[in-house]
Ligand binder design. Structure first.
Ligand code: NAD
Length: 288
């Protein structure tokens, strides 16, 4: 097991999640210095003025070569481009992690770029967030009591996994480990499908002329759906394509489920309808 330092951290992509992690590290004095880099300079300047980072990384080469840990917090679609940009300046002992919502696409990209895979590369995904974007919405408490999934690769050094896990625990997360494929299956079902359903429901209702004022009556479950549908469209666009196969499987399963409900209602089949509702209720009670 190698020993890795996490004293100097570079966050690439200083938005909601990157900014929140930077803020959380600084607020708890877990590292010596946090640098921020973003293709949108305004986010870095705002981050600096809000105390999210110690310094703006003006020179990416110098920042990457001087960093102990690099956190990729950019949209999933641009992870590969950023990895290839920083590749020439990585040292053998550099830790690299990310916060992307999908893992298979990142690992495939890394396998295309690196041979051998760097021992310090350990992908990650915080199960925390909001429908907001940008460093202005960052929150140092965002990861407290939330799960953080690490998907170490066979080539990841256990010391790297440990060092990255310690930082996430330090900002309040419960750290879990999963295989890459399992991560994408689970998240397709528990996060990507629900977001898709929210977008679809709100879009369907909003398009009906007679529903123009429906949002005035939003309450309870529907209000939550409308909140989720306010999430960043381009982020969710990228996630759908990055996790395409798993998401298509989940959409098919869900479509079958809705068709069963429809059939039961159309046939007046109380027993089937109650059966589905009762099973769902007891599953919810069992797992919560
Ligand atoms: P965000 O839009 O708030 O931040 C992304 C930042 O990346 C922006 O500031 C943007 O300017 C920057 N960026 C884009 N391309 C870049 C490039 N090529 N080089 C440098 N910077 C670049 O988005 P976010 O919500 O913080 O999401 C970041 C990552 O976290 C995504 O991969 C997303 O899948 C993941 N994630 C998001 C949530 C959530 O709820 N928002 C939760 C968990 C994980």
């Amino acid at each position: 097991m190698l020993r890795f330092s996490t004293r100097r951290v570079l966050v690439i992509g200083l938005g909601l999640i990157g900014g929140s992690f930077a803020r959380a590290l600084r607020a708890r004095s877990l590292v010596d210095e946090v640098l921020g880099y973003d293709r949108n300079r305004g986010e870095c300047e705002l981050g600096l003025s809000l105390g999210v980072i110690d310094r703006i990384a003006d020179d990416l080469e110098a920042a990457v070569s001087g960093a102990d840990l690099i956190v990729l917090a950019v949209p999933v679609k641009v992870m590969e481009q950023v990895l290839s940009e920083i590749k020439p300046w990585l040292r053998p002992q550099t830790l690299i992690t990310d916060v992307g919502s999908t893992k298979g696409n990142l690992v495939d990209a890394a396998r295309r770029l690196f041979d051998p895979m760097p021992p310090g590369f350990v992908p990650g995904h915080p199960i925390a967030g909001t429908e907001k974007s940008g460093v202005g919405a960052s929150d140092e408490e965002l990861f407290v009591r939330r799960k953080l999934i690490l998907t170490p690769l066979p080539e990841s050094d256990p010391g790297a996994t440990l060092a990255i896990a310690r930082l996430w625990q330090g900002v309040g997360s419960e750290v879990l480990q999963m295989e890459v494929k399992r991560h994408d299956e689970v998240l397709a079902a528990t996060s990507h499908l629900p977001h898709l359903l929210a977008f679809s429901l709100v879009d369907t209702l909003a398009h009906e002329a007679e529903n123009t004022d429906i949002f005035r009556y939003a309450a309870g479950g529907f209000r939550d759906f409308t909140r989720i549908a306010a999430s960043d469209p381009s982020m969710w666009h990228d996630i759908c394509f990055a996790n395409r196969d798993q998401l298509l499987t989940q959409i098919d399963r869900f479509t079958e489920g809705v068709a069963k409900l429809r059939e039961a209602i159309a046939r007046g089949d109380s027993q089937s309808l109650l059966g589905i509702f009762t099973r769902a209720k007891s599953a919810r009670e069992h797992f919560s």
